[in-house]
Design a protein around this ligand. Sequence first.
Ligand SMILES: Nc1nc2c(ncn2[C@@H]2O[C@H](COP(=O)(O)OP(=O)(O)OP(=O)(O)O)[C@@H](O)[C@H]2O)c(=O)[nH]1
Ligand code: SF4
Ligand code: SF4
Length: 316
Amino acid sequence: MINGLISKNTVFDNYGRPVTSLRIQLNAICNFNCFFCHMEGTERNMSFLTPENIEKIVEVAASHGVNKVKFTGGEPTLRNDILEIIRRTRKHINGSISMTTNGVLLPILAVKLKDAGLDRVNISMHSNDDYTFEKITNVRRDYLDTVKRGIQAANNAGLTPVKVNFVVLKGINEDQIDSMINFCAKNHAILQLIEFETSRGRENSGDYLKYHVSLEPIEEKIKKRSIYMERNELHNRERYILNTLDGEVKVEFVKPMHNKDFCKHCTRLRVTADGNFKTCLLRENDYFNIKDKLNNQRSLDEEFIKAVKNRIPYWR
Ligand SMILES: Nc1nc2c(ncn2[C@@H]2O[C@H](COP(=O)(O)OP(=O)(O)OP(=O)(O)O)[C@@H](O)[C@H]2O)c(=O)[nH]1
Ligand code: SF4
Ligand code: SF4
């Protein structure tokens, strides 16, 4: 239930969906080069907002009831002002502050991120074998070991619960789900199985036809193995709890394609690295420019409300 997160200041869109979280893209560059990367639906190599700019946006959003922030990129840990950004965000957000990362810099950054005010991380690990890892990320296979050390470092620093992001890809890694379940059980992580996604009309294009796998049959099998199921209020996602030799593990399903329920429970407004509100990952031309409004709280305020009111569920 999202009700727990709604306050008297929460702004709702015209479809009755409250905006309770901001998804802030901190850059559009990465030290990996995954062939399916969607860069949060933005161009690459754009200019960045400063920590001061980000704080102003967060402050305005918080005044409208936003109490959760997710940092994404590109790769957010490549920003050398990342700790300052988190500290400034923490001043205004009392709910969860989390980050999605490829994990490579976590062995050196995890403790500092936690001390700055980050609560938890999602770490992308789309394969448990180094050959496939290299094929997907286009970086040297030995970096898989660094990612695994990043997962340990995040756990040790208390950036928990750690989530491991795994995009299921036909013919590439779809046979590794059991091994990922075991890996996550051993490493005290939630496994997120993510459907390969694309915008409407692009479903007949090369990569989607080549790599998309329906998660339904996979979910059926996991459901049978599970001892119980809970929901992530975000997107109403199913999360199954399984018993393994290494203890309990949670497996969450992220199934965005043609999923009306997913969009119905979408509570996020996006902020692009170069300073726009963006209403939806999959929508194009849905930018609300705030670059020129950062020194004018009232205009920023108006733009926040305008962006929220323009949110439309993508699948409906
Ligand atoms: N279509 C769509 N896909 C999303 C959305 N949020 C996340 N995803 C997909 O899920 C992947 C993983 O998202 P993460 O950045 O790890 O965050 P999350 O799992 O959504 O958030 P938490 O549960 O709060 O950790 C993304 O790369 C997207 O492919 C969304 O709002 N819409
Ligand atoms: S690690 Fe994430 S941001 Fe980097 S290239 Fe891969 S999918 Fe894109
Ligand atoms: S409306 Fe749907 S597709 Fe768009 S961001 Fe929200 S959940 Fe994703």
